[in-house]
Design a protein around this ligand. Sequence first.
Ligand code: SR1
Length: 400
Amino acid sequence: MSEYKAFTTDTAIAFADKHSELFGEHSKLSAEEFGGDNLHLIFRVENDKGTSLIVKQALPYARSVGESWPLTTDRARIEAEVLKMHRRFCPKHSVDVRYFDPVACAILMEDLKAYRKVRSELIAGKKPGHLALQIANYMANTLFYTSDFVLSGATKKAEVARFLNPEMCLITEDLLFTDPYCNHERNSIEPSILEKAKTLWHDEALKAEVAALKADFLSKPQALLHGNLHSSSIFIDDDNCKVIAAEFGFFGPIGFDVGSLLGNLLLNYLACPGHHALEDSSEQQTYLLQQIEQLWQQFSEAFTELMRRETQDPALESGLYQSKFLQQVLSDSIGYAGCELIRRTVGMAHAADFESINDASTRATCQRLAIKLGRELIMQRTELSNISQLLTLVRYQQTE
Ligand code: SR1
């Protein structure tokens, strides 16, 4: 068996050519490597008619950290399998995986050339009306059909084992739930907010709630999660959204996927004054809150309808149980959204929403608000019993 070798443009072309019928002998192929991803080599391979595919190869380490942080290349298998599974249950919003090679740790997939990254669109002040509705349907379908409501006990356990993904989960466990709450060397904290960040390290009440959220992340295999569902993992065009990058997938708490997206929409909400003039900022914030409301409403309606119609286990058919289940998903989602706000502000992996704010003082104000709102969400997650209460809390977080 041949060995793992990082692709060059030439070997990426050969890989795409071998595993695709789109490229024939008559086509002249070209490839470009494009960046933007910390953990992978990504190539666009194109023929002379303009038809293209993406080759995504897992690197054995994180580029931003270097070879000192080894990473399992098995995540390429996880990513390919999660994307294929999610596409089974939501074909419209999952990227199409054409081929996976376990030795090269590489995936050949659909090129979303005409799509744009949601995070960049939101930072630019775009207001796509179909984002929340479509991703809510994606989450409801992918999460419901991989849960205990549908899978038998034996199948579910076998699937949990197939998607264990311990190394990638450890990254999330460390970066989301541990590092921000101590003086960890991986943290990246701007000096202007250091005092605010330090309050997190000594906040015992908060740390107890984060511990509870981490414990659930470790031991609540409710459904096959995407595992990293933020606004850079979703691409959008004028009519449709598609989800990519599922290498952090595993069986975990449903609220983790919902909360990751919620947290990233809130991050963008808080960043608005750093990107737009006063009136535009307030319009963009109104749009974002409407999307958040729609995200939860549509997700909960679709999930409720699926539970009512499609539950296979008679013991889980109780309407009362199902509504309690969803209530729990809401509070988990709010808690994980709070963790996401905090880790993107003081942890290792910051996001462009704040990083691209040029004015240092505005950026610091946004970051302090993110820490404050993140804390409120974590602490109040079980008291916020519906999405309107969450939105009211967000609207009132205007002072640091
Ligand atoms: C080393 S990876 C750092 C972060 O980037 C990814 O997008 C995940 O969110 C991860 O936590």
